[in-house]
Design a protein around this ligand. Structure first.
Ligand code: URP
Ligand code: ZN
Ligand code: ZN
Length: 491
């Protein structure tokens, strides 16, 4: 007995066709017209769309960053993702200080034990010594095909140009892809110190320490190195015209370069959100910063014309009002303890969050929530307004992430033989985004009060229903690590 999705319209990156979909076990086994329901559990999909589960290739769950840890972990974050129609994500393993890449992988494997949806790992290299350079190819045996290099966050994650160049050369030789956070961290440091010296400390000064020029310059540098080394390059969270221009130039020259933006950059602006009264702007502090309506126009154009291939979230959430309870004493006594588990058992405690930066914008932990909201917001802002077609929506949120990161066609499409990660999407469902109702573990929502039209009705992971309306049916440990393949196509 299988599950028969009957009477819906299947949306893939190329087509939108009325069809029934039959799932047996964990896979799609048949797509066709009038498939008989006898012997199967029938899901009535009349008036609904059937889309592949969303894949968010840019998340930071349970990340030690900014003087605290990001809130959502591989338990809460997974549940939130699924409620929004995302059934797989790829998280960034960070090479520990003084440790190997495999040390980092082992730390993240432990974090991922409660997994409820499928996941993969990228590896962020911080210290490229000889041993680490030689270790890179062995990541392929672990199903990890992508490296990440931060060109910013001086004295934290930032690497130098030598590292960027050597890592790209090594990645190119093995068909791996290099992802970069493209901002010039050295210039950012100088701008930041200057602003603080002038007593400019409110949240919106964050923007002025990271203007579009430093994103454009770093993007161009990485693009040129991709051209020199032949390495596939994927620029993460692109926000502005100089960066998009640099990528477009590289593509016109035939370099193997691609890029993503994140859903929040289509909605949030410096004027409205970062400059909100009081400390409110801290809710929207991320890097690169949110920009202007002009840049939003540039980003829409870039996702329409194919300069950008993916929309992700960069989900990395922090409490707006954190540091609640005798937190600091506990952290001191339990150095290295399991912060998320402790908080869950002691709901009156909250680890530090955005409030760390009161009086100094540079101390606001950088990052935003969004894993749950991505598909609904992109549908609402993109499809409902006619900026992108439903098929382009699927391509940006599901198919291209799977193609670029080596798990297509198992993931990212609805096809015979693919994993049955299926979202039954109700285009008529109206849903109000709010911190009161979302499942992310954070006390604010970027889109608070936004009424979106179009949302998941049911979500299936490898054939198993994990979300039914407001009901959670998933379970810890049922999410699988997805080993990925190298040699990504250049889209
Ligand atoms: O502000 C951000 N983006 N925080 C997460 C880390 C990163 O740079 O992606
Ligand atoms: Zn980044
Ligand atoms: Zn990120």
């Amino acid at each position: 007995m299988g599950t028969l999705f009957k009477g819906g319209t299947v949306i893939t990156a190329s087509d939108m066709v009325p069809a029934d979909v039959l799932v047996e076990g964990e896979q799609v086994v048949m797509i066709g017209k009038n498939i008989p329901g006898k012997g199967h559990e029938v899901v009535n999909c009349k008036g609904k769309y059937l889309m592949p589960g969303g894949i968010d290739v840019h998340t930071h769950l349970d990340l030690d960053f900014g003087g605290t840890y990001s809130n959502d972990d591989f338990d809460t974050g997974h549940k939130a993702a699924a409620f929004g129609g995302t059934t797989m994500h790829i998280d960034f393993v960070i090479q520990p200080t003084g440790g190997s890449l495999h040390d980092g992988l082992n730390i993240w494997r432990k974090k991922a034990e409660p997994a409820q949806i499928d996941y993969g790992f990228h590896l962020a290299v911080r210290d490229l010594n000889e041993a680490v350079l030689n270790e890179i190819p062995s990541l392929l045996d672990e199903g990890v095909t992508s490296l990440k290099l931060f060109m910013a966050y001086k004295n934290v994650f930032q690497i130098d140009d030598r590292t960027l160049y050597l890592a790209m050369r090594q990645a190119a030789a093995h068909g791996m892809i290099v992802m970069v956070h493209a901002e010039n961290g050295d210039v950012e440091e100088q701008l930041r110190l200057q602003l603080l010296a002038e007593n400019k400390t409110e949240p919106h000064w964050h923007y002025h320490s990271r203007p579009p020029e430093i994103e454009g310059e770093a993007t161009n540098r990485a693009v040129v190195m991709a051209g020199m080394t032949g390495c596939r390059l994927y620029v993460v969270h692109m926000t502005c015209e100089p960066a998009v221009d640099a990528l477009r130039r590289g593509r016109a020259l035939g370099y193997p370069v691609m890029g993503e933006t994140c859903v929040q950059y289509f909605h949030l602006t410096y004027d409205k959100h970062l400059r909100a009264p009081g400390f409110e702007g801290a809710k929207f502090v991320c890097s690169p910063p949110i920009r202007s309506t002009h840049d939003q126009g540039i980003l829409w154009q870039a996702v329409r014309d194919g300069t950008l291939q993916v929309v992700s979230t960069d989900h990395c959430d922090f409490w707006y009002e954190g540091g609640v309870g005798p937190w600091q004493q506990w952290a001191k006594d339990h150095n290295g303890g399991d912060w998320p588990a402790f908080e869950k058992q002691n709901p009156t405690y909250r680890r530090p969050g955005k409030e760390l930066g009161k009086g100094n914008f540079a101390k606001i932990p950088n990052g935003l929530p969004g894993l749950e909201d991505r598909m609904m917001v992109m549908w609402h802002l993109g499809v409902n307004t006619g900026k992108i077609s439903p098929s382009r929506f699927v391509e940006l949120n599901c198919t291209n992430p799977a193609r670029i990161f080596g798990c297509y066609p198992r993931k990212g499409t609805i096809a015979v033989g693919a994993d049955a990660d299926i979202v039954v999407w109700d285009p008529k469902k109206v849903h109000t985004l709010s911190a009161k109702t979302h499942h992310m573990r954070v006390d604010y929502n970027l889109y608070e009060g936004m009424k979106v039209k179009g949302a998941p009705a049911q979500v299936y992971l490898r054939g198993k229903k994990i979300v039914d309306g407001d009901q959670w049916l998933g379970s810890n440990g049922s999410g699988k690590f997805i080993a990925r393949k190298p040699h990504a196509p250049i889209l």
